[in-house]
Design a protein around this ligand. Structure first.
Ligand SMILES: CC(C)[C@H](C(=O)O)[C@@H](O)C(=O)O
Ligand code: SF4
Length: 414
C-alpha cells in the first residue's frame, strides 16, 4: 500500500521508508516562524538556538504596536533578532500577516516542514509544505532543538473536477466543503484532481489556510505547473516535491465539481456545516464589511473588490474596511490603482495587520452589529462584542454586499 502526500513528506523528513496513520514521527523543522505575539506574552530570551538560518520573525498581529504590551513584545523581538543575527526579520515597514510573508519570501518549500505558533500555518500546505500551527511552548522547543514530532492522522482526498466559474473563488470551494462534509478533526486533507489547474495559487492558499476552521491537521496540495511558476517567481527551486502514490490509502475520497459551484456564505458562530449558498441568505442587512486576513487579503482579493466597487459607492450605513495582507500587497495594490478605487468608493484602507480579523485592534464590532467578513473565522465574539453577528464569504461577495448594504450575490452586480 502506498502513501498519501503528507505521509510521503513526513516519512522522508523522518528518514524512514514509510509511515501510516497512527504512527508518530520525529522530524527536523526546515523553517520556524515566530510572530510578534510570541514575544509579547511570556518571552524568555533563549541561551542558544538550533539554527538562525531556519528562523523567521514576523511582526503581524499587532502592528504598529497598539498597546504597551505589544510595544514591549516588539522590543523583545528586535533584541532576539539582533542577538542571534536573524536575517529573515519582517519588522514594521517590511511586515505583513505571517502566512502572506511566508508566501512572498519563499519561506515555504515543497516537501519541507514549516512550523509557526499561528493556527493558520496550514496555509503553506498550498505550496506542498508540511505546515502546522503549534503551541508557543512547542515552538520554543523547536527554536532551541530544530526538531519536533507529529502524530500521523488518516488522509481525506478532495478531487477537484471542472473549472471555477467567474465570481466564485477558493473561499467558496472551502465553504462548500465545510458545508457538505463539516469537521475534519484528526484528519489530513489533500487536494488534487483535474480541476486543480483552474484554481490559482491565491485560491489554493485560501483553501489550505481555512483547514484550521474545520480542525484539520495538515492541508496539502501537490506540485503542478501553476505552483512551479509561482515558486520560481519567488526564487524557490531545487526542492523535492511530495506526491501521493497511486495506491495511497485514504480515509475517504470526495469529489468537488467546480463547474456547479456558487458563492457561499457561512452563518455566524462556526463554519462546519454552517455555510449555505448565497441565494439562501441574501438580504441580511450589514453594519460592517471586511476584506482582509491571511486567507483573503491577497492582491487578487483586493483586485476583485476594486473591480466590483469601481464607479460604485459603499451603501450608506455600512463601513467597509480593507486590510492588505502585507506591506507588499499594499504597495502593489496602490500601484495597480485598487486602493484609489476602494477609497473613492468609501472604503477605509488600513495598514496590513491581523487587527480587525481577530478583533484585537481596529474595526471592532459593537453589540447587535452585523458584519460580513472575508477573513478566516466567524466565531461568536471574534471581532468584538459577543452580541455581534459575523457572516463569512469571499471578497467578491463582501464587496458586492458593501455596495447594496445587504448580503448579495456578486454575480448580480457583474
Ligand atoms: C492570536 C493568534 C495566535 C491566532 C491563531 O493562532 O490563529 C490568530 O491568528 C487567529 O486567527 O485567531
Ligand atoms: S489574519 Fe486573522 S486568521 Fe490570519 S493569522 Fe491574523 S488573526 Fe489569524
Amino acid at each position: 500500500m502506498g502513501m498519501t502526500m503528507i505521509e510521503k513528506l513526513l516519512a522522508r523528513k523522518a528518514g524512514i521508508p514509510r509511515v501510516q496513520a497512527g504512527d508518530t514521527v520525529v522530524v527536523d523543522v526546515d523553517m520556524c516562524v515566530l510572530i510578534d505575539l510570541q514575544f509579547a506574552t511570556t518571552w524568555v530570551q533563549p541561551v542558544r538556538i538550533a539554527d538562525p538560518e531556519r528562523v523567521a520573525v514576523v511582526m503581524d498581529h499587532a502592528v504598529p504596536a497598539p498597546s504597551l504590551k505589544d510595544a514591549t513584545g516588539g522590543t523583545h523581538a528586535r533584541a532576539f533578532v539582533k542577538e542571534f543575527g536573524i536575517e529573515r526579520f519582517y519588522d514594521v515597514g517590511r511586515h505583513g500577516i505571517c502566512h502572506e510573508v511566508i508566501a512572498e519570501n519563499g519561506l515555504a518549500r515543497p516537501g519541507e516542514i514549516l512550523a509557526c505558533t499561528d493556527s493558520h500555518t496550514c496555509a503553506a500546505g498550498a505550496y506542498n509544505t508540511g505546515a502546522r500551527g503549534l503551541g508557543p511552548v512547542e515552538m520554543y522547543a523547536i527554536l532551541c532543538t530544530g526538531s519536533t514530532w507529529f502524530q500521523v492522522s488518516p488522509t481525506v482526498r478532495y478531487e477537484l473536477t471542472g473549472r471555477l466559474p467567474g465570481y466564485v473563488s477558493g473561499k467558496d470551494i472551502f465553504l462548500h466543503i465545510a458545508a457538505t462534509w463539516g469537521d475534519a478533526t484528526n484528519q489530513n486533507l489533500e487536494y488534487g484532481g483535474p480541476g486543480l489547474a483552474s484554481v490559482p495559487m491565491n485560491d489554493r492558499r485560501t483553501i489550505a489556510t481555512q483547514g484550521a476552521e474545520i480542525s484539520a491537521d495538515f492541508s496539502t496540495f501537490g506540485v503542478d505547473d501553476v505552483l512551479r511558476s509561482f515558486l520560481a517567481e519567488r526564487g524557490v527551486t531545487g526542492f523535492e516535491a511530495a506526491d501521493a502514490d497511486p495506491d495511497a490509502a485514504y480515509l475517504d475520497v470526495r469529489t468537488v465539481d467546480l463547474d456547479g459551484l456558487e458563492p457561499y456564505v457561512a452563518r455566524p458562530g462556526t463554519v462546519s456545516g454552517n455555510a449555505v449558498p448565497v441565494s439562501d441568505i441574501e438580504h441580511r442587512r450589514l453594519d460592517q464589511a471586511f476584506i482582509g486576513s491571511c486567507a483573503n487579503g491577497q492582491l487578487e482579493d483586493l483586485r476583485i473588490a476594486a473591480e466590483i466597487l469601481d464607479g460604485r459607492t459603499v451603501a450608506p450605513g455600512v463601513r467597509l474596511l480593507v486590510t492588505p495582507a502585507s506591506q507588499q500587497v499594499y504597495r502593489e495594490a496602490m500601484k495597480a490603482g485598487y486602493l484609489q478605487i476602494l477609497a473613492d468608493a468609501g472604503a477605509v484602507v488600513t495598514n496590513s495587520t491581523c487587527g480587525a480579523c481577530f478583533g484585537y485592534h481596529m474595526g471592532v464590532l459593537g453589540p447587535g452589529e452585523v458584519c460580513l467578513t472575508s477573513s478566516t473565522r466567524n466565531f461568536t465574539g471574534r471581532m468584538g462584542s459577543t452580541e455581534a453577528e459575523i457572516f463569512m464569504a469571499a471578497p467578491a461577495t463582501v464587496a458586492a454586499s458593501a455596495v447594496t448594504g445587504y448580503i448579495t450575490d456578486p454575480r448580480s452586480l457583474a
